[in-house]
Design a protein around this ligand. Structure first.
Ligand SMILES: *Cc1c(COP(=O)(O)O)cnc(C)c1O
Length: 419
């Protein structure tokens, strides 16, 4: 039921089908396409990326420093070419978004501005299974301000024998300790369980208790409709090398809500790229803060990496996040259906069942499995991601994964489990 014929039929109907051809799909040693399910770790390379980068290399060769003004895409305002598309991807206004630095760097820059501890309100709330970098960053901010990083950290934890977090528990924490919490910093989609949080609900709750609220959307950007502006969050950060396919270690995104755009009193770290563009090169002026998210930039950015982001965002712009999410829900729904057919006694999906509470990733526990299962899948040409102690994360990415990919993945899993 709903087997290969169904999968092929769905692929035929899929309006995003042509996009698979716009990406390089990694191959096995016989030259066959691998089933790539780790776009949540590192997105695949668009075939157009090299042309975008080559354009900048060509202009650099021909123009040298003049490329800042004379390049086909002048380097001086290059980051502005990304703003509108990126704002659309994350559901924000252009003034709220900038591409700069890397994710963890941006997180620190945001905490410089939005983590303003006092003697009585200094704690930071994160989810208990936060991504390690986020936890380390937050702990170091606590220490930086002279607090104990164990005492100052409040964890939103799942209940015993559960993986997902419950809003009632967050409400309970805030009811009892809300006036001690300076900042709530949550992974918009938890990297481990794939739980997509209700950003607006968390933000409203945090603000009601006088906390600042920020999100790490590394697993959300390019995957779900984040609606960052409407969420009301104070800030958000995300990387572009996962669902946004812009290459290993590429630059990150940063969102600062419009209501902070013109507040020059916010404490922040600055550099010449935070300065008014009109007088930046006068070099001897008093510092003059740029409004909006751009005002958090420090340095002139790496254009080659920005070119890779532009290549990717042009695809997202063409497809639109609505069409992407629509396919994503069907694809992941199909994946879930096939996994369930393997039997609840063998497979447990820890990701939420409700399509509004997840993106494309499913985190799967396989009974009695250890890492050899992951090795066997890899040998069978299926690239997934293993997280200790027993979770396989698979992300069918709507831009370049097909229903057939999902079908073949589950068939291979079935074969391995039956061995
Ligand atoms: C991938 C990821 C990171 C990575 O941070 P970098 O600064 O880009 O190395 C951080 N946080 C989360 C939640 C992630 O998923």
């Amino acid at each position: 039921m709903l087997g290969l014929d169904f999968a092929l039929e769905q692929d035929k109907k899929d309006v995003l089908k042509p996009y698979k051809d716009q990406f390089y799909i990694p191959k096995d040693k016989h030259g066959n396409n691998l089933i790539y399910m780790t776009g949540n770790s590192l997105g695949l390379q668009p075939k157009s990326t090299k042309h975008y980068i080559n354009q900048e290399l060509t202009d650099w060769a021909a123009l040298g420093v003049e490329g800042h003004f004379e390049a086909k895409n002048p380097w001086l305002p290059y980051h502005e070419f990304l703003t509108e598309s990126m704002a659309k991807v994350v559901g924000a206004k252009p003034i709220e978004v900038v591409v700069m630095n890397t994710l963890t760097t941006n997180l620190h820059l945001m905490m410089v501005s939005f983590y303003k501890p006092t003697k009585t309100r200094y704690k930071i709330l994160i989810e208990s299974d936060a991504f390690p970098s986020d936890k380390y960053a937050v702990e170091s901010q606590l220490r930086h301000h002279g607090f104990d990083h164990n005492e100052g950290l409040i964890l939103w934890q799942p209940r015993d024998n559960e993986e997902l977090l419950r809003y009632e528990d967050l409400e309970a924490i805030l009811d009892t300790q809300g006036d001690e919490i300076a900042l709530i910093m949550i992974g918009g989609i938890n990297y481990y369980t794939g739980q997509y949080f209700n950003l607006k609900r968390i933000t409203e709750l945090g603000h009601k208790h006088g906390c600042k609220v920020g999100f790490d959307c590394a697993h959300g950007a390019g995957n779900v409709k984040l609606n960052l502006h409407d969420s009301g969050a104070d800030f958000a950060v995300w990387c572009t090398y996962k669902y946004l396919n812009s290459g290993p270690g590429s630059l990150a995104g940063c969102f600062v809500h419009e209501r902070h755009a013109h507040n020059k009193d916010l404490n922040r770290f600055t550099g010449w790229w935070s300065h008014n563009k009109a007088t930046r090169f006068t070099m001897r002026d008093e510092f003059d803060q740029l409004p909006g998210a751009e005002g958090w930039q420090l340095s002139n950015p790496p254009i080659l990496s920005m070119a890779a982001i532009k290549a990717s965002l042009d695809i997202f712009h063409e497809v639109g996040i609505d069409a992407l999410v629509e396919k994503s829900k069907q694809l992941t729904g199909y994946f879930e259906f096939l996994l369930k057919e393997l039997g609840d006694d063998i497979i447990r999906i820890i990701t939420p069942k409700h399509p509004e509470e997840r993106g494309c990733q499913l985190s799967i526990q396989v009974k009695n499995a250890d890492k050899t299962l992951h090795h066997k899948l890899t040998e069978a040409g299926v690239i997934t991601d293993w997280r200790e102690p027993d979770v396989i994360r698979c992300a069918p990415v709507p831009l370049y994964n097909s229903f057939e990919d999902v079908y073949v993945l589950v068939e291979k899993l079935k074969t391995i489990l039956n061995e």
